[in-house]
Design a protein around this ligand. Structure first.
Ligand code: 4AD
Ligand code: MG
Length: 477
């Protein structure tokens, strides 16, 4: 007797035979029909119980959520929508599930409710589809870089540097909270945080990835990153996963090419391998769209949107051009954007980004050459002396999904920039060494993995695309 997954049973031309299978009961109907799911597919397999020859106690224990081990025959199904079903000859209840208290009832639950039950929500169709896609996207990312000759590099999680200089770090300390070391004026001496050094959880593996790019050539990181921002939006998490490729001898134009090719490749992968889940999520989304006012509805169904991104060039626009467009735009027929846009040098707000992508260009946009003052210290200064070779990729429905840059490779210019920003050279001596010994043009970017998963699944809240979201509200798990 062979053990199968539901996906295999339903997808293969199997000769009818004795089989066994394990999974969780989704529903049990008429004391006879079990809909069994094992996570391998959205679909359930119907298992038909011979209730006349099954003891009453066992029948009672076949409840939604119970784990079961079934032995039986795979036979052609009489039922609609399924080719095969299992005639159960033996059922073993591996784990009971009290139907009175089991939170995941066979009905529609709100996402808020399911967030509170994050440990069980992958037993629903929506979350199992999202998490299978998340897994497939991770694989596609590793596959892409491996195929392109990149090395996978593990950047440290505990670090002394604030790569982004935004001060959004979670402190890491091994200080004795009751008896911390003090400075001369009686303050806690955080310089002693971690065996004599001030440390935090990484906000980005970029600076470390640069060191590897400048020896191995093409590298990428893919790991958790942390931002101690008050992340109360649907696009921010305190803990998120980031993919950061870094490439020696590549300039900003090459960086844009790489990012575009990469995004298209990973989305193509799921279009090729995960259609069942995508179709399910598209349908779900279309139901949800119907409840929205016309103006707020997405112009394209999910799969068409993914294909559109794969098949069309991203629009490349400089910051200066973008500001010019925004200045002359009327986002809601009557009104112009009235703040922060009239002055060159202001950072774009998400409403500006969304306008450019969704209303003006109607395709993914790569914005580049941002004002130096609103970007991080490590970005390559342009000859105009006021813009840097930065790039952000903006996606419809998401806004910023990628942030990257060509890095400042000139020691003197980098030192000057650090000094202007008050960044201590002693803290980043190793980073400066890269510019002292064999410096070269190099570039890279960071893709926020959860924002990619949001785009690929059509989910609108970032808390619903990561298993256990870390936000100010969700620290339970
Ligand atoms: O734009 P960011 O801050 O860029 C960096 O960290 C660079 N060091 C990357 C690099 O050049 N290697 O972050 C990159 C991306 C953003 O575009 C966004 O998609 C995502 O990371 N991101 C977040 N995702 C979820 N929650 C947050 N709090 C995020 N902050 C950034
Ligand atoms: Mg950014």
């Amino acid at each position: 007797m062979t053990s199968y997954t539901v996906a295999k049973l339903l997808s293969e031309e199997l000769t009818l035979q004795p089989i066994e299978i394990k999974g969780w009961v989704r529903t049990f109907r008429a004391n006879r029909f079990i809909a069994l799911n094992d996570g391998s597919t959205l679909k359930n397999i119907q298992c038909v119980v011979d209730f006349e020859n099954t003891d009453e106690n066992t029948l009672k224990r076949i409840t939604t959520g119970a784990a079961v081990h079934i032995k039986g025959e795979l036979v052609e199904s009489q039922g609609k929508g399924q080719n095969v079903e299992i005639t159960v000859s033996e059922i073993d209840i591996l784990g009971d599930s009290d139907p009175e208290t089991y939170p995941i009832q066979p009905k529609k639950h709100s996402f808020e409710f399911l967030r509170e039950n994050a440990h069980l929500r992958t037993r629903t169709n929506t979350f199992s589809a999202v998490m299978r896609l998340r897994s497939a996207l991770s694989f596609a990312i590793h596959k892409y870089f491996n195929d392109q000759g990149f090395y996978y590099m593990h950047a440290p999680i505990i670090t002394g540097s604030d790569a982004e200089g935004a001060g959004e770090m979670f402190r890491v300390t091994n200080l004795d909270a009751k008896n911390p070391p003090l400075t001369d004026d009686g303050q806690v001496n955080y310089k002693e945080d971690f065996f004599g050094k001030e440390t935090n959880l990484t906000v980005s593996g970029q600076l470390e990835a640069e060191t590897y790019a400048m020896s191995l050539g093409k590298v990428y990181t893919f790991g958790p990153t942390f931002r101690a921002e008050n992340s109360n939006t649907s696009r921010h998490l305190a803990e998120f996963w980031m993919i950061e490729p870094e490439v020696a001898f590549m300039d900003l134009a090459g960086n844009m090419d790489l990012a575009e090719d990469f995004m298209k490749a990973v989305l193509s992968y799921v279009l090729e391998h995960n259609m069942e889940d995508l179709e399910f999520l598209e349908k779900r989304l279309q139901e949800e769209e119907k409840t929205k006012p016309q103006a707020d509805r997405s112009p394209m169904p999910l799969i068409e949107k993914l294909k559109f991104v794969v098949d069309n060039n991203f629009k490349r626009v400089s910051y200066t051009e973008a500001i010019d467009i925004l200045r002359h735009s009327k986002p809601n027929k009557k009104k112009k954007f009235n703040y922060l846009i009239n002055e060159w040098g202001a950072d774009l707000q998400s409403e500006h980004e969304r306008y450019l992508v969704e209303k003006h260009f109607k395709c993914p946009v790569i914005l580049f050459d941002y004002p130096a003052d609103i970007k991080a210290f490590y970005m390559r200064l342009n000859d105009d002396g006021k813009t840097v070779r930065a790039m952000d990729i903006l996606f419809p429905g998401i806004g910023e999904i990628v942030g990257g840059a060509q890095r400042e490779e000139r020691l003197d210019v980098l030192k000057e920039k650090m000094s202007a920003l008050g960044i201590d050279e002693k803290e980043l001596w190793w980073y400066l060494d890269l510019r002292k010994y064999g410096t070269a043009v190099h570039s890279g970017f960071g893709l926020g993995f959860e924002r990619l998963v949001m785009f690929a699944t059509g989910m609108t809240n970032i808390r619903d695309v990561i298993p256990f979201p870390r936000t100010p509200q969700n620290a339970e798990f």
